[in-house]
Design a protein around this ligand. Sequence first.
Ligand SMILES: N[C@@H](CCC(=O)N[C@@H](CS)C(=O)NCC(=O)O)C(=O)O
Length: 270
Amino acid sequence: MTSEKTSPLKLFGTWSSSYTHRVQLALKLKGLEFEYVEEDLSAKSPSLLLYNPVHQKVPVLLHGGRPLAESIVILQYIDETWRESPLMPRTPTREPSSASGATSLTIRVLTGLYDGGRPAGRAVAAVFRTTAEEQKAAVAEVHQNLAVMEGELREGHFKGRRFFGGEKLGLLDVVVGCGSFWLSIFEEVADVKLIDEESFPLFHGWLRQFEAQEAVKETIPPPTGFWSTPGKSAIISSAYHPKSKPPAMTAAELTLTLRRTRMADKLGLL
Ligand SMILES: N[C@@H](CCC(=O)N[C@@H](CS)C(=O)NCC(=O)O)C(=O)O
């Protein structure tokens, strides 16, 4: 077991990927050494195609030559293999505690925070993909999600806690917090306010504390770096997933959306 634990770790990721950030952050929080391989998603490496042949996505973690895909699966694997500094609190299951609260809220973040809601990340992405009335509806959906999180911090399992994980970052902090890079970009390009400090003071405060953590600062690039990145137009089109994700956007629709959101000016695309 020990030799398995000490086998080398190699992570295939992309700098702009929140899913990659989740794994990088978890490895750092555990104090694990790993080799990082930056993937160009417009020209995926033979290794990525070999290790994640079906989905061909990052992140992929290689542990002792064994590949693991899907960020949540990887996070669980890391937490179960290296049990020091747990990301999920380990308390007896019958004890009503924030451990079960964290598990259930993590699942809800990933599947839908309220009845009929979709995964929190998809609601945020919808703000970016839409315009006008549709965008207003998407912003309202994000606010509904934030209201649930705010309620959990105000009077739910996480009342009075610094982080969802307690004094230290836990799984839920990692999952929710790693989207913060894109949140601030979306706020800027779509000219919308998603995390309004007055409406969501506890969530806003939590996010600022999260971002101030050294391991987070080392992992998530500052949003300002985004605008000066040479491959930014490719990143934008991959964020839209025009080929693969419904509703499919034609190039003309994409252009129109970029114009409307004023992103085109910022990126110098048009
Ligand atoms: N559910 C996956 C999502 C991973 C994902 O969407 N990765 C994106 C980058 S953020 C990717 O590799 N996209 C390449 C593609 O779709 O071809 C996870 O949690 O790891």
